[in-house]
Design a protein around this ligand. Structure first.
Ligand code: ZN
Length: 59
């Protein structure tokens, strides 16, 4: 089963969708996306990690 994350489910007005084989890979890609597109810092990411993980779905 693969993992999917819609950026909009984390609360951003953003149509980005991340697909990966594992939750860790989704988190890695989501972190990169959040930094580069949404300007989030490492501390922002730590603060939102639970919400991001909670938005990951099995597909
Ligand atoms: Zn986004």
């Amino acid at each position: 089963m693969a993992k999917q994350l819609n950026c909009s489910d984390v609360g951003f007005d953003c149509s980005a969708q991340i697909n990966a084989d594992t939750e860790e890979e989704v988190m890695a890609q989501a972190s990169e996306h959040a930094r580069s597109v949404h300007g989030m810092s490492d501390s922002d990411l730590q603060e939102h990690e639970g919400a991001i993980r909670g938005a990951i779905r099995d597909v």
